[in-house]
Ligand binder design. Structure first.
Ligand code: ATP
Length: 361
């Protein structure tokens, strides 16, 4: 099913301002759309509007080109999976999964087939007759998914479903969810504040901040061409390096005068309009060049090294205090306290207008 937001806004009663405004978004059939953003940006509000649990103040919510603003939740053909699982503790796993279908007065044979089918896919057949309290967190989360699956909805809505799991299990469930989505092909809208979940699972990411969409698109676009400084900082770990400065005769000079960069020929053309203006340069931690480099290098002292095995993350400072995070292959030798010279991989630089925070190149 296709889900479309036409200029949607939401203002809660008693609140002075709109929580969400001007939300325009198209989620295609079979998309795995991750709504991403910091706490309080309005992700859950958006999801609950799709679920029919929140009223819509303005705009049109469309399911396959049909307006559903006033359609009650039970008639929307959706199924929701929550962070808290919300399983009934007195029922077995089987009964939990069968519950919504029994309420719909579905035939026993159909219920049994659906439960067994979901249990097979989710590999939970061995504990169908256990109570939720007797199974692990990861297993409970699978049951919650199973309970949604048996309904064969047109849209899955998931609100931080993995956040109660430990890091290892989260990693495992991420892959399982992607597999599940591939095999079912059901349109999924998934809310999280975790950029790793978004980057690894989504076919489409929608990054929000303060009730507005900052960027919507494919995961790679977020990393390679962030539309503004907020997006650049939100996506990527370790975080992107940002240097504030000015363009003088086509050359970027940092505010402290310590770093100068001659942009690539391509960027030079686009940056012409910014001559004399405040510009911020962004560079991802893995896009520095170590060792000799013909020009535009900077000297820094490494004060902390994180040794992660496959990579080393260097935390370094220039003389005037500009901080850099530099990611290097794990087998490179660096020591704390050492001075090093680095250069910039010019085609990998991101240029932003410091005043508007918007991307330039
Ligand atoms: P989190 O990741 O912390 O769950 P979120 O991005 O999902 O945050 P929402 O829960 O959608 O954000 O909340 C967005 C804003 O709307 C917050 O300022 C919140 O206080 C407000 N809000 C949410 N629910 C209500 C409500 N029922 N009545 C009034 N204000 C609300």
């Amino acid at each position: 099913m296709k889900v479309k937001f036409n200029n949607i806004g939401k203002k809660y009663e008693g609140r002075e301002n709109f929580t969400l405004r001007n939300i325009n978004l198209e989620i295609d059939d079979q998309d795995f759309c991750v709504i991403l953003g910091p706490s309080g940006c309005g992700k859950t509000t958006l999801l609950r509007m799709v679920a029919g649990l929140n009223s819509i103040t303005e705009g049109d919510l469309m399911f396959n080109d049909i307006r559903v603003n006033k359609v009650p939740s039970k008639d929307r053909d959706i199924a929701m999976v929550f962070q808290s699982y919300a399983l009934y503790p007195h029922m077995t796993v089987y009964e939990n999964m069968a519950f919504s279908l029994s309420m719909r007065k579905e035939r026993k044979k159909v219920i049994h087939e659906r439960v067994m089918e979901a249990a097979e896919v989710l590999q939970i057949k061995d504990y169908l007759y256990s109570k939720p309290s007797d199974i692990s967190g990861g297993q409970r989360q699978r049951v919650a998914l199973g309970r949604a699956m048996v309904r064969k909805p047109s849209v899955f809505l998931m609100d931080e479903p993995l956040s109660n799991l430990d890091a290892k299990l989260r990693e495992h469930m991420r892959v399982e969810l992607v597999r599940l989505h591939k095999s079912l092909g059901t349109t999924t809208i998934y809310v999280t504040h975790d950029q790793v979940e978004a980057m690894t699972m989504a076919t489409k990411i929608v990054l929000m901040n303060e009730g507005k969409i900052q960027q919507a698109g494919k995961p790679d676009e977020f990393y390679n061409t962030p539309h503004n400084i907020f997006v650049a900082k939100f996506i990527g770990s370790p975080t992107i390096n940002l240097i504030e400065g000015k363009l003088t005769k086509g050359i970027f000079v940092s505010n402290d005068g310590e770093i100068s960069i001659t942009p690539s020929v391509e960027d030079c053309k686009i940056l012409k309009a910014y001559e004399g203006k405040k510009v911020t340069v962004g560079i991802r931690p893995e896009r520095f060049i170590s060792g000799c480099h013909p020009k535009d290098t900077f000297d820094c002292t490494i004060d902390v090294i994180e040794r992660l095995g496959k990579e080393k993350i260097l935390y370094a400072k220039t003389k005037s205090g500009q901080e850099f995070i530099i990611s290097t292959p794990g087998h490179y030798e660096y020591e704390e306290g050492e001075k090093h010279t680095f250069g910039f991989d010019l085609p990998a630089l991101h240029f932003f207008d410091t005043d508007t925070q918007e991307r330039i190149n």
